[in-house]
Design a protein around this ligand. Sequence first.
Ligand code: SF4
Length: 341
Amino acid sequence: MKPFKPTTVIFRENALEYPLGKKLYESFKEEEKIKIHIVAPRGPFPLENNVSFRKKFIRAKKTLIVSVRSLGKFQSCKPSAHYQLPLVTGCPAHCHYCYLSTNLGKNPYIKIYVNLEEILDKAEKYIEKRKPEVTIFEGSATSDPLPVERWTGSLARCIEFFAGEELGHFRFVTKFTDIESLLNLKHRGRTEFRFSLNSNYAINKFEPTTPLLEERIKAASKVFQASYPLGFLIAPIFIYDGWQDEYKDLIRKLKESLDNKGKRISFELITHRFTRRAKEIIEKIYPRTELPMNEETRQFKYGQFGYGKYVYPEEIRQEIEDFMRKTINEYFPEAEIKYFV
Ligand code: SF4
């Protein structure tokens, strides 16, 4: 699939004082068909306001904001890591179920933070504070950072930074496949590279504008050969006619493409869930979606952040868990299943 290219890039003036801000400005200036704006650090964006919710949403997915991240406390990031590492917010893809649609509001711009060295300095302080424990940072808590990597190089910088940190580990997850620039970096096993996978049915129906399963598996195999610790997030898992065959097929294909002798692979498994607010937003943005969101077939459950969500009923979740654990154990007996939710 074609690499992501924004239609509009908005620079906060103060971002241009940083080397990454300058580099991005020089690169985007050379590109055809990209509108560039420079705005004050807290000024409004020069975008037409009188457009529908849906149009604003779609426009925001093609708009990059280059800015300076204010450095308060890092957010915690359970169960994936100790802290979020803020590199990018947002993602150009249109997965119907994406949690960012609810979290980022009607304007889910893709924001790139140029004060990367300050962010890494701050990470260093967290590592120091938790010594002698290892501190894990998650680079994709509010984004898929890979689609903009060819412009920013931020993941590459982080991977090399953590290679030099004995007590700091980095992890991120992606559905994208432009991984070539990361393959030859010195990572010293301190970055866990994870791919988000799903069955063909789920990818075709609910993950438009993302690479196919086969492309993701091919990219994962290259990452594995580059000796990165490798993980797979299978999410969200759906129940539909033939779901067991397709999820089994996914694990089987993974096994065929990875020679994992002696190397650890991890899995994180998440079943589909939705909130009432997410459902309202999804129906506005993707009015023809076939995403299963019938509350009557679900169980209402309060999550760790205090709001309720609709999950599969307990007996179905148990069935999914038993099936996924059994299948993964069959093909990858040494793999670690970090969690199932
Ligand atoms: Fe959301 Fe990930 Fe899909 Fe991007 S790729 S829209 S972050 S689910």
